[in-house]
Design a protein around this ligand. Structure first.
Ligand SMILES: [Fe+2]
Length: 317
C-alpha cells in the first residue's frame, strides 16, 4: 500500500546568498550541509542546503538566492507561505531573545492554544517557531546555540488558499492526510504520514491577497517536499495522483542527493515527492564531517565549473 512517510525538505526563493547564509547559519544555528547550484535551466544560481545536526529528512531547508539574477516574487494566496520549524517546547524565551539580539523582529502569536514565535527571513518569507515536546530529531549547535534550544527540524508547512475544500480533499486522498486535527478561525491543521513530527500542513483561508508567485522569485516559498521513502512507493503515489486527474505532475528528476517528482496542488502550492535513494544522500560526494565545505556541481555542469563559479557571488560561512 502506498504512503507518504512525512516531510523531506523545504525549498525557498530568497534574495542574496550571503544574507541567507547569515540568517540560517549564524542566527538560527543550522548546519550548512551542501553548496551546489540549481539543476534546472541554464542560469547559474546557488542551491544552498541547511539542516539539523544529522541532516535528517524532515530537517532540511534549501534556498535559491534569486536576487542575483533579478528574479523577485510576490507573496500571496494559493501559495505556500509559512516555514514552520520545530523547537523545544521550553525554548520560546531563548529564541525570542536571540532573534531580538540579532535585530530580527519577532512577534509572540498564539495558535491552537500554544505560544509561537513569528519572524521573517531577510527576503520577507514568513517563519514560525512551533514548540514541541518529545521531538527526538537532534538540533545543530551552530554559532552558540545550546543543544537544549537547537532547532529539531521542520514542523510543517503553512499554505494560503482562497478555497480550502479542494486542497483538503487532495491532501486526504492523494497524500493520506489525517483530516483536520485542529481548526481555529480561518486555519485548519492536517498531518501527513505517520511520523510524530515534521509533517503538519496548516491551511489558512486567504481571500484578500492576490495570487502569489508560482515560479522562481526572491521572497517566496517555492515548494515543500514530502518523503516518499522508496522509489517504488514514489511511483505508486505518483500514478495514484495522476489517476485522480492531477496530471500536472512531473517526470522523475534526479537531484543527485535524492530523486523527485513535483505536483501542483489544487491549493496552488507546489509539492514534491522526494526519495533519498541508495546512491544519493548528503554523503555521496562529501564525508559526514566535510558536508558543505566544497562547491558541488552535477555532472552535466562540470565542464562549466569555472564559468559558473565566477558568476556566483562569493559566500563565507
Ligand atoms: Fe525540492
Amino acid at each position: 500500500m502506498s504512503y507518504v512517510e512525512g516531510s523531506h525538505h523545504v525549498t525557498l526563493s530568497v534574495g542574496r546568498a550571503q544574507e541567507d547564509v547569515d540568517f540560517h547559519v549564524k542566527i538560527l544555528g543550522l548546519r550548512f550541509i551542501k553548496r551546489t547550484v540549481l539543476f534546472d535551466g541554464t542560469l547559474p544560481i546557488y542551491h544552498l542546503y541547511y539542516s539539523n545536526a544529522n541532516g535528517d529528512p524532515s530537517s532540511v531547508v534549501t534556498t535559491f538566492p534569486w536576487a542575483q539574477a533579478g528574479f523577485f516574487g510576490k507573496r500571496g494566496t494559493n501559495q505556500a507561505r509559512e516555514v514552520l520549524l520545530s523547537i523545544p517546547h521550553d525554548s520560546m524565551n531563548y529564541w525570542h531573545q536571540r532573534l531580538t539580539e540579532h535585530d530580527v523582529e519577532v512577534t509572540n502569536i498564539e495558535r491552537f492554544g500554544q505560544r509561537r514565535l513569528a519572524f521573517r527571513h531577510p527576503s520577507g518569507i514568513e517563519y514560525v517557531f512551533v514548540g514541541n515536546t518529545g521531538d527526538e530529531r537532534v538540533g545543530h549547535t551552530g554559532y552558540g546555540v545550546p543543544q537544549e534550544h537547537a532547532i529539531h527540524g521542520i514542523h510543517g508547512i503553512g499554505i494560503h488558499v482562497a478555497t480550502p475544500d479542494r486542497m483538503v480533499e487532495f491532501a486526504n486522498e492523494s497524500f493520506f492526510a489525517k483530516d483536520r486535527l485542529a481548526e481555529e478561525g480561518d486555519v485548519a491543521a492536517l498531518q501527513i504520514g505517520n511520523q510524530k513530527h515534521g509533517n503538519y500542513l496548516e491551511l489558512t483561508v486567504n481571500r484578500t491577497d492576490d495570487q502569489g508567485t508560482w515560479g522562481y522569485g526572491a521572497g517566496t516559498y517555492h515548494h515543500f517536499a514530502w518523503n516518499a521513502s522508496t522509489l517504488e512507493n514514489q511511483d505508486d503515489v505518483k500514478f495514484q495522483i495522476e489517476g485522480r486527474g492531477y496530471t500536472d505532475i512531473s517526470e522523475l528528476k534526479d537531484r543527485k542527493y535524492f530523486k523527485s517528482v513535483y505536483v501542483r496542488t489544487p491549493g496552488g502550492a507546489l509539492f514534491e515527492l522526494a526519495v533519498t535513494h541508495s546512491e544519493g544522500g548528503w554523503t555521496c560526494d562529501e564525508s559526514p564531517q566535510e558536508l558543505g565545505t566544497r562547491f558541488q556541481l552535477p555532472e552535466q555542469f562540470e565542464d562549466r565549473r569555472e564559468e559558473i563559479f565566477a558568476r556566483l557571488e562569493p559566500i563565507s560561512i
